[in-house]
Design a binder for this molecule. Sequence first.
Ligand code: CA2
Length: 145
Amino acid sequence: MTRRILLVNGPNLNLLGTREPEVYGTATLDDVVALTATAAAEAGYELRAVQSNHEGVLIDAIHAARADCAAIVINPGGLTHTSVALRDALTGVALPFAEVHISDVYAREEFRHHSYLHDVAAIRVIGEGVAGYADAVRRLAALIP
Ligand code: CA2
């Protein structure tokens, strides 16, 4: 089994640390990648990280992971609540994945309560701030060989 995990961050997560600190905290996307890479290394995995504001770029990265990744950690951003295509990509590659949300989506607007990934994610980490990415890596690593 490949000792690599793919980290996917969706639309607008490049803005982390620049706005809405009361919702998303003060860590930047670079901080998120670094803390997730550290958690992956501690579990014996390399990390590949991608962030895009374009759904097709995310889908291509998920497809590519089939060749050389053991699992995926994904915060799909707003696509969580809208994208059948992202769900199909994740189920299509058949890699175990963790769905991460920095904020507690269930304490926010009703439209954030539905996730197209909720029933196919191996793990869901919601409302733990950016520490949730590290938690997701640790819990995924415990599931995979
Ligand atoms: O809580 C999360 O991690 C979300 O996946 C973040 C998404 C939101 O649409 C989901 O409902 C919950 C939004 C990401 C936008 O991130 C920003 C960060 C800083 C400033 C503005 C946006």
